[in-house]
Design a protein around this ligand. Structure first.
Ligand code: NAP
Length: 291
């Protein structure tokens, strides 16, 4: 790790809880590899204290911050400017210092895109099934629309939430791109075609490792690639079911890695190479194996 001295810059994570974050592993390793005098620490911010935290960080000359649950929307009220993509997504996960205050960005979606690209998963022309209709699922649906998916099927436990997202994106892109369906009454086209499926719910996260949103075995026969945004456990039950049915499966660790790398590039102006990304991923895996 870099030696801390009088010129060391600070970056960090604000959220609640923050105790289990892997982000320090990403940024402290990147700082060491790129030779930047920077250190990254988690800051737990109690409810009702977010504005104070952002103003305080600015006064303390903090270079940049990541923002996690539950503050990704609320923090938008305390930035001096919001990047266009983050405004479209409606969530900010990265604050970058400017002279006037922090500018808000969203690196989750570009992070997922970079992860999909490195794993050789393409979007253009695909019919994509998204499981979930929370904050991340909405952003994933936007990414799919942006990158040329032919059709998006949004399956959620609460149908009304999926309908709101479908309506919003169809209006934005002026076409019937997204269809909302419920977990109990979903209907996939009756063809031999297989689909890319992005798992964007909390179902299957540690400690509930045997859970999946879709119980129906036939569902998995329709999936050529399953991409779970969960990374703990490293192989979710969703991934196991996709593989058992003959598909390829990936977890969300690379999305986490690349959202961090993009934030680091915004803070430092550095370009992180594929080789460095590989090294950081190995360090993340070491830490996760211990927990
Ligand atoms: P969110 O806004 O709280 O949405 C949660 C989603 O999960 C909703 O669709 C919800 O369905 C569904 N859900 C939760 N519990 C359920 C249950 N017991 N049965 C059925 N459905 C259930 O959460 P989010 O911020 O979108 O995050 C979603 C996932 O993305 C999380 O697992 C998170 O770890 C992951 N994530 C990964 C990364 C990464 O870098 N890899 C980054 C961000 C998020 P209802 O609408 O019916 O409640």
């Amino acid at each position: 790790m870099n030696e801390i001295n009088g010129r060391t810059r600070t970056c960090g994570l604000i959220g609640n809880p923050v105790e289990h974050t892997v982000s320090p592993v990403i940024h402290n390793n990147l700082a060491e590899m790129t030779g930047v005098d920077l250190t990254y620490v988690p800051f737990r911010v109690e409810e009702g204290r977010l504005e104070e935290a952002v103003k305080g960080a600015f006064s303390l000359n903090v270079l940049g911050l990541n923002v996690t649950v539950p503050y990704k929307s609320e923090v938008m009220s305390y930035v001096c400017e919001t990047d266009e993509l983050a405004a479209k997504i409606g969530a900010v996960n990265t604050l970058v210092r400017t002279e006037q205050g922090y500018k808000g960005y969203n690196t989750d979606m570009p992070g997922l895109y970079r992860a999909l690209c490195t794993d050789g998963v393409s979007i253009a022309g695909e019919t994509v099934i998204i499981l979930g209709a929370g904050g991340v699922a909405r952003a994933v649906a936007l990414l799919m629309a942006e990158k040329g998916a032919e059709r998006v099927i949004l399956i959620n436990r609460t149908l009304s939430k999926a309908e709101v997202i479908a309506e919003e994106i169809n209006t934005l892109y002026e076409k019937e791109l997204v269809r909302a369906m419920s977990v109990t009454e979903y209907e996939l086209p009756d063809t031999d075609k297989k689909y890319l499926c992005i798992q964007a719910t909390n179902v299957g996260m540690y400690p509930h490792v045997t859970d999946t949103l879709m119980e129906d075995e036939a569902f998995y026969q329709k999936i050529h690639t399953g991409y779970d945004l969960i990374y703990n456990p490293s192989e979710t039950m969703f991934m196991k079911k996709v593989k058992k049915a003959g598909g390829k499966a990936f977890n969300g660790l690379k999305m986490l890695l690349y959202q961090g790398i993009i934030a680091y590039e915004l803070w430092t102006g550095m370009c992180v190479s594929d080789e460095m990304a590989e090294k950081v991923l190995k360090e993340m895996l070491k830490v996760m194996d211990k927990t």
